[in-house]
Structure formats: structure tokens, C-alpha cells
Design a protein around this ligand. Structure first.
Ligand code: UDP
Ligand code: MN
Length: 264
């Protein structure tokens, strides 16, 4: 049954809500046939909660789990990632039989309903270490038992990167070897800033990309956008490449056309 399956994302503050809103709208634009769910934490303002209900079928408040793993997080220079352990709450959505989790910094470019043909735990390789999966897009099966085991695992072993990706990789440790069906193609989680490192592959396969992931410290909402030009403004560094820029422009186009008007 389609109504007992859902796309799920997470936003712990009003900034990440902007990402969640664009993601939710991009799923709607691509005629997603499953429920759209956003997990939020108490920090999210009442205004944003109202806006979120205009795009998502369910807005569910959960408690923040902070990994408090400061040493590893300091190593990663990404102290904000501690809150991503809140992601584990998605396993408590037991009114759904199967879900696809998407980070709030992802953007859906075409229909991805076929991901529901996959089973737990399916994810795409991480571009930085392909024997690990990237935890920005994954297929999972809600279960209080699994949720409990994940929390236990976090308590017993911590997370080797201080965030959800390290924890999930050590919990679902057979991912890289056990079952090729659980390896989602890279087109379901293309990291926008890595697209350029294997340029011929991007030329060959780039047009089939279905989900773009704006992984890393600089998110689409950190750019300035010129609505007249329909383009983000490049700030100095030569880091941004052509593909990345077009994905950023796509994100901003949805934000400008479909999300800003929701604020009335
Ligand atoms: N997230 C959030 N608030 C934060 C940081 C992260 O809600 O302050 C959620 C959000 O869904 C985000 C996900 O956790 O997409 C993972 O974090 P992020 O995407 O920043 O990590 P990256 O993909 O860059 O490693
Ligand atoms: Mn992300």
C-alpha cells in the first residue's frame, strides 16, 4: 500500500527548514506518490511549522539527540553535525512500513518512487570513501526494535565521525559487501561539489541524475541569489563549477517561485 510509505526528512532549526521546504516541493513537482514527512525539533519556530504543513503531509516534533562526541566533531570541524543523530528518530515512524530518508540539503530532479522497491538498508556510496554509504539518502523500515538497537550501538560504540553517518555505517556494516541491491546508484545521491572530479563520467551520466545532495559546509541557502538573472552570485572562490551552479540555480528557482509565496 502506497499510503503506508513515506519520504522523510529532518530539520532542527528554521534555516534547515528552508532546505526541507525546497526538497518537499521538489518531490511534489516530480509527482511523488508517497506521504511527505518532516521531523522537527522544539527549536523550530511556530511560523515555520505552519509553512511546513503547506508542503508536508505530516510535521512531527521529536527530541534532539546530541551526540556530545565533541572530539570527533572537532576533528571534522563540523560541530553542528551532532544534531544529526536526531535522524535516528525516523525509525520510530512505525505507522509507515517503509520509508526513504532524504537530507534537507537534497533536491529531487525526477520521480524516485522506484526507491520503494528497495529494502532496508539501501544507500549510495559516499564520494569521499566509497566503501561507506552516504547517509543523506537511504531506504529504511521503521521499527522500535531497530531504533533501540541503534541507540544501544551509539551508547556502546559512539560514532567514528561523531555523526549519524559513522554510526549507521558501523551498525549496517555489511552494506559494502552483502547485497548489491542495497547499493543505490550514485544518481540517487550525487554530491554536487564532487560532480566535477570525474568529469567524463558526469558528461556521460549527469543527465540521469535524480537526486542532488548539497553536501558540505556551504548550503544553497548560504548563497545570494539574483531573481532577475535567475542565478546565484559567485563569491570569489573558483570552487563552484558549472554543474554545481546549475543545481544551485534550480534550488533557488523553487525557493523563489514556490516557497517564498507561502509566507504570504
Ligand atoms: N540537520 C538539521 N540541522 C542541523 C544540521 C543538520 O536539521 O543543524 C539535518 C538536515 O536534514 C541535514 C542533515 O541533518 O540535511 C545532515 O546534515 P548536513 O546535510 O548538514 O550534513 P552533510 O550532508 O553536509 O554531511
Ligand atoms: Mn546533507
Amino acid at each position: 500500500r502506497i499510503s503506508d510509505q513515506a519520504f522523510v526528512t529532518l530539520a532542527t532549526n528554521d534555516i534547515y527548514c528552508q532546505g526541507a521546504l525546497v526538497l518537499g516541493q521538489s518531490l511534489r513537482n516530480q509527482r511523488a506518490t508517497r506521504k511527505l514527512v518532516v521531523l522537527i525539533t522544539p527549536q523550530v519556530s511556530s511560523l515555520l511549522r505552519v509553512i511546513l504543513t503547506k508542503v508536508f503531509d505530516e510535521v512531527i516534533e521529536v527530541n534532539l539527540i546530541d551526540s556530545a562526541d565533541y572530539i570527533h566533531l572537532a576533528f571534522l570541524k563540523r560541530p553542528e553535525l551532532g544534531v544529526t543523530l536526531t535522524k535516528l528518530h525516523c525509525w520510530t515512524l512505525t505507522h509507515y512500513s517503509k520509508c526513504v530518508f532524504l537530507d534537507a540539503d537534497t533536491l529531487v530532479l525526477s520521480n524516485i518512487d522506484e526507491l520503494f522497491d528497495r529494502t532496508e538498508f539501501s544507500a549510495a556510496p559516499d564520494p569521499g570513501w566509497p566503501d561507506c554509504f552516504n547517509s543523506g539518502v537511504f531506504v529504511f523500515q521503521p521499527s522500535l526494535e531497530t531504533h533501540g538497537l541503534l541507540l544501544q550501538h551509539a551508547t556502546d560504540h559512539g560514532s567514528f565521525d561523531g555523526a549519524d553517518q559513522g554510526l549507521l555505517n558501523s551498525f549496517f556494516s555489511s552494506w559494502s559487501t552483502a547485497d548489491i541491491h542495497k547499493h543505490l546508484p550514485f544518481i540517487y545521491n550525487l554530491s554536487s561539489n564532487n560532480a566535477y572530479t570525474y568529469s567524463p563520467a558526469f558528461k556521460r551520466f549527469g543527465s540521469s541524475v535524480k537526486v542532488v545532495h548539497f553536501l558540505g559546509p556551504t548550503k544553497p541557502w548560504n548563497y545570494k541569489y539574483n531573481p532577475q538573472m535567475g542565478s546565484v552570485l559567485e563569491e570569489g572562490s573558483g570552487l563552484a563549477n558549472q554543474h554545481q551552479t546549475s543545481f544551485l540555480n534550480l534550488w533557488w528557482k523553487i525557493y523563489q517561485h514556490s516557497i517564498l509565496p507561502l509566507y504570504g
